[in-house]
Design a protein around this ligand. Structure first.
Ligand code: FAD
Length: 469
């Protein structure tokens, strides 16, 4: 990009809100695990929707590639530009205002750069719940959450990011603004444009604000860490837990011992809640609209029925809020604690819940046939049929030599996912990581429609090129 054009972009936000030097741009060019790096002509931090509109209008006229970036916690490289150095990163960090909380309509309107945890704080202060919850919530932003249609641990009871969104404000590639900040639950007036931007990973426009659905805040939350013998038993326990608690069962997470062992080894201050090791664990949580006692009574009843039917081998029920949070820390450190163990081949997949045990048994057999000493580290949202099916390198292996086996291991995993009617991306998206797989697995009719939608919204292909399609 020539200096004159760069200056025109910088002038829109003012020099204070732009980064052009290598040092200032650098943090935006690298994904947190160092898996993807890129280059950019500038990073712009607009402070208002009108500035985003001017940036996109200029980009569209000059054919400049735009990469939207929120909290930079995405796991598929969607927020990282390519290596050309010609793209402009539009960071939403300064779009950080909460515009309105309407407790009568149970809705909150926030700008795209509001950090997810800040939405939790704001809604709690009004005695409401915003249920989207993920381990990255201290850094990820709502614009990124909606653009990736994030899932997380609350999806079991409340649904994914898409289900939490009532309306959107979006700047389109030509600079026009789609004002769809509706609080309506019901609105059948033609095609649902909002839903096209959710999960589009910044390829159709920039989300600048959203109106989100709120829920009553639970009066009591109770959590348990239960040891089970197998994924089948975890699933059988899930069915019983659902029968006992219904929609009060708000999380049901599965963890393999390997991942728990990594976490205990690498994360300071973590303690094993149980006296001995077991092959599998579930972390389940009950949220009661009535009271903490009610939540605990439901949890006790689930644990009891689990023990009675031989599904639960051992367990710890959190006796205090501090203990409940400690159980969640154990679960949430699961991704980070794999890093010191060397290379990890990762798959964010979903299959119908009923097919999970069969998928896991077949995947284990197939992967160990390729690398007998591989360390399997699956964990995730069992209640949603969504697993992070991660495979860590054998002890003593060279990291790169193991990662070079991705081309053999991943097709096997995705082949089984397909055979069980699943998805190769449950909640992280496509980004640059799964573009080839998307092309190989999505039906030609669906792919063609997606390309036509992209061309209709973004005929000059300026929005996040090289991502998704
Ligand atoms: C420890 C850890 C745990 C995680 N756990 C989960 C989990 O449980 N569930 C889950 O779903 N994800 C999880 N993630 C992934 C990640 O946090 C989510 O994808 C999150 O929604 C990304 O938000 P972000 O603001 O960081 O977006 P970014 O990473 O900045 O961007 C993600 C994508 O959205 C686009 N984008 C960002 N903002 C906008 C905007 N305003 N308009 C248009 N496009 C935009 C970007 O171009 C990119 O394609 C986890 C990540 C980490 C690091």
């Amino acid at each position: 990009m020539n200096d004159a054009l760069r200056t025109r972009f910088v002038d829109i936000v003012g020099a204070r809100n732009a980064a052009v030097t290598d040092d200032d741009v650098a943090p935006h060019l690298r994904e947190w695990r160092g898996r993807w790096t890129g280059r950019a002509a500038a990073v712009l931090r607009p402070g208002a929707t009108a500035e985003v509109a001017r940036i996109l209008e200029l980009a569209n006229r000059t054919g400049t590639a735009i990469v939207p970036q929120g909290g930079n916690t995405g796991l598929v490289g969607g927020q990282i530009p390519d290596g050309s150095g010609d793209a402009v990163i539009v960071s939403t960090a300064r779009l950080d205002r909460i515009r309105e909380i309407d407790t009568q309509a149970d809705a909150i309107t926030v700008e795209a750069g509001v950090v997810l945890a800040a939405i939790h704080d704001a809604t709690e202060a009004h005695d409401r719940l915003f249920p989207l919850s993920l381990a990255a919530q201290g850094s990820c932003q709502i614009g990124g959450n909606l653009s990736t249609n994030a899932g997380g641990t609350g999806a079991l009871a409340y649904g994914v990011a898409r289900d939490q969104c009532l309306g959107l404000e979006v700047v389109l590639p030509d600079g026009s603004v789609l004002d769809g900040l509706s609080k309506l639950k019901k609105d059948n007036t033609g095609y649902d444009l909002r839903d096209l931007f959710i999960g589009a990973e910044g390829t159709l426009g920039i989300i600048t604000a959203a109106t989100l659905r709120l829920y009553p805040r639970p009066r009591g939350k109770a959590a348990a860490f239960l040891a089970v013998g197998s994924p089948e038993d975890a699933l059988a326990l899930f069915r019983r837990a659902r029968a006992v608690a219904g929609t009060a069962l708000t999380a049901y997470e599965l963890m393999a011992r390997m991942g728990v062992a990594f976490t205990l080894r690498h994360m300071p201050g973590m303690r094993d809640p149980l006296a001995r090791a077991y092959p599998w664990y579930v972390l389940l949580e009950i949220s009661s609209g009535r009271s903490l006692d009610d939540a605990r009574a439901l949890l006790d009843s689930i644990a009891e029925t689990g023990f009675e039917h031989g599904l639960v081998l051992d367990g710890a029920i959190a006796e205090s809020e501090a203990q409940r949070l400690a159980l969640w820390q154990l679960r949430e450190a699961m991704s980070e604690s794999q890093i010191p163990e060397g290379g990890s081949i990762k798959h964010d997949i979903s299959v119908p819940v009923s097919a999970l045990p069969a998928f896991m048994a077949e995947a284990e057999k197939a992967i160990l046939a390729i690398v007998p000493e591989a360390r399997l580290c699956p964990f995730g949202h069992l209640g949603d049929g969504n697993l992070h099916y991660n495979v860590s390198q054998p002890v003593g292996w060279d990291r790169q030599a193991f990662l070079d086996l991705t081309d053999r291991i991943t097709p096997v995993v995705y082949g089984l996912v397909r055979a069980h009617g699943g998805s190769i991306s449950a909640e992280h998206g496509i980004g640059q990581m799964k573009r080839q797989e998307l092309a190989a697995t999505k039906s030609p009719v669906a792919l063609d429609l997606m390309r036509r939608i992209k061309a209709a919204f973004d005929p000059n292909a300026i929005m996040n090129p090289g991502k998704v399609l």
